[in-house]
Design a protein around this ligand. Structure first.
Ligand SMILES: [Zn+2]
Length: 141
């Protein structure tokens, strides 16, 4: 497993699957598998192979998308960039929950502490206060 990026929140080096959709290799594997299944079931060429091929393609696509989606959230801090874009509040909730359970897990007692971003009291207050948002915070985040 080679790391290819850093977590946007805790800066831990991590890996996200690059492939989000089906590619040429997956299509050829699906074709190969469906030909194999065709000979196993019908013993010769059968046009129903196209249906098998379509099912294999759909399954591969779903699998690749799920694999990508599962690889996106950080395993260390629980930060999920995809969720953050859609719903910031829920992303914050998830990270808070994850960090809490991490704290309570005895396996993490000796683990390296996460490099979490720290903000000053001034900035934290600006984040709470919607009017000040943007003027003080945007430059530093
Ligand atoms: Zn992280």
């Amino acid at each position: 497993m080679k790391n290819n990026c850093f977590c946007a929140f805790c800066r831990t080096p991590r890996r996200i699957y690059k492939r989000r959709n089906i590619g040429l290799i997956n299509i050829s594997y699906a074709a190969l598998a469906s030909v194999l299944v065709m000979y196993l079931i019908w013993k010769s060429f059968d046009p129903r192979v196209l249906m098998v091929f379509a099912v294999f393609l759909a399954l591969t696509e779903v699998f690749i998308q799920l694999r990508w989606r599962m690889s996106v959230p950080c395993r260390q801090c629980g930060f999920d960039p995809v969720l953050y874009i859609k719903d910031q509040e829920r992303a914050v909730e998830k990270v808070t929950l994850h960090l809490k359970s991490r704290k309570e897990n005895p396996n993490n007692l000796l683990a390296k502490p996460l490099n979490l971003p720290s903000i000053s009291r001034e900035k934290s207050e600006a984040l709470q206060n919607k009017e000040k948002r943007g003027t003080l915070v945007s430059r530093q985040i």
